[in-house]
Design a protein around this ligand. Structure first.
Ligand SMILES: CC(C)(COP(=O)(O)OP(=O)(O)OC[C@H]1O[C@@H](n2cnc3c(N)ncnc32)[C@H](O)[C@@H]1OP(=O)(O)O)[C@@H](O)C(=O)NCCC(=O)NCCS
Length: 176
């Protein structure tokens, strides 16, 4: 898959670069990101570099991973990615750095990448799962137009090493 950049008002979604590694290391050590991601907060310079290199390589066609940055100034605000892209389906994931939160960054990034996925990748359905205990992520899902479809029991192991129940949300290309 070819790299693209997507604009969304004051945001620029762009492929990851090796130069992002120090900011990624700091972000992944944030307690909330460490809790609600599978890798936890144990990340050093080498693993942060590996993280950005893997996400910058879209060649397998099974994921699209983007840095969410400020269109003016370019600082890293977050991450948004489509993964498990297969036969018209995908899953979406995201985080924002603590200083960027509660300004609508996650919702704008999720909406922009989803719209691009339907229009350009011709996806049919995108799923979004979050731990039931992660109420902020549930709000992002609702605000980004991902309808709640049910609860998955002990479906995913998060950063604390425990399996959590999750809410499944999804958007279809045919949704308004
Ligand atoms: C969840 C997360 C991505 C939200 O990012 P954000 O940029 O602050 O989200 P937005 O500003 O787009 O907010 C969207 C909605 O969620 C609400 N919200 C955000 N953080 C919240 C919180 N801690 N508690 C309650 N509501 C919250 C906002 O008020 C907004 O609702 P509104 O439009 O009704 O006001 C961010 O807190 C984060 O990175 N958390 C850790 C990692 C994580 O949970 N990732 C998702 C894994 S599924």
């Amino acid at each position: 898959m070819e790299h693209v950049e997507l604009s969304a008002a004051d945001l620029l979604l762009r492929p990851w670069r090796e130069a992002d590694a120090p900011a990624v290391r700091d972000a992944l050590r944030d307690p909330d990101i460490a809790q609600w991601n599978p890798q936890g907060g144990h990340i050093d310079d080498d693993s942060a570099l590996l993280w950005v290199r893997r996400r910058a390589d879209w060649s397998a066609g099974d994921h699209v991973s983007m840095a969410v940055t400020a269109a003016a100034g370019g600082q890293l605000l977050g991450s948004v990615s489509l993964h498990h892209i297969h036969h018209g389906d995908a899953s979406i994931g995201y985080w924002t750095v603590p200083t960027a939160r509660k300004r609508g960054v996650a919702v704008r990034a999720v909406v922009r990448l989803t719209e691009w996925a339907f229009a350009d990748l011709r996806l049919h359905r995108v799923e979004l799962c979050h731990a039931v205990a992660n109420s902020a992520s549930c709000r992002v899902a609702d605000r980004a137009g991902y309808a709640a479809e049910g609860t998955l029991r002990e479906s995913y192991q998060y950063g604390d090493g425990r399996r959590h129940d999750e809410h499944l949300h999804a958007r279809l290309a045919s949704d308004r």
